[in-house]
Design a protein around this ligand. Structure first.
Ligand code: HEC
Length: 130
């Protein structure tokens, strides 16, 4: 993305953001095949968090069921599970710097099982609504 982003001046970035904000994007075909247990765990983490891990609910920032908080945090519902898991792993590996301040403390508390459950649950929300 960096070369693409650098090629856009401030006006083009604003135009592009406004254009994208108006789109109703189609959901991608689901990539995960979650078990009922994964969906349950993912739902719990998104809605409630996990006190024992000092992990707050994703919904606190990302809106109810990851539907997004305008101007603050992107929607996650219906996003590809592979994309979501990769984004989380990039923060864990220290290779994604955008949003590090907010997402850094969150991803530290997520193990592989939780990442898989969260990603699959969030992806399933797009499938269910279409
Ligand atoms: C303290 C607020 C906060 C909490 C809690 C939080 N997030 Fe985020 N998250 C953000 C912000 C802000 C961004 C945008 C980061 C950026 O600028 O790239 C983000 C971005 C993301 C992205 C990248 C989305 C994309 O389109 O690239 C994923 C995936 C994500 N969060 C997953 C989660 C999950 C899963 C949880 C719960 C376990 C969670 N977040 C909890 C604030 C939060």
């Amino acid at each position: 993305m960096a070369p693409v982003a650098k090629a856009l001046d401030a006006q083009k970035r604003a135009d592009f953001a406004a254009f994208l904000a108006e789109q109703s994007a189609p959901y991608a075909a689901p990539s995960a095949h979650p078990t009922p247990g994964q969906l349950q765990r993912g739902r719990l983490l998104v809605r409630v968090g996990d006190e024992s891990k000092q992990l707050q609910a994703c919904a606190n920032c990302h809106g109810p069921d990851g539907s997004g908080e305008r101007y603050a945090a992107p929607y996650l519902a219906g996003q590809s599970a592979v994309y979501l898991a990769n984004a989380i792993r990039e923060w864990k590996a220290g290779t994604r710097h955008s949003g590090e301040k907010q997402m850094g403390p969150v991803v530290l508390r997520l193990d592989d099982e939780d990442i898989a459950a969260l990603s699959a649950y969030l992806e399933s929300l797009g499938e269910a609504s279409h």
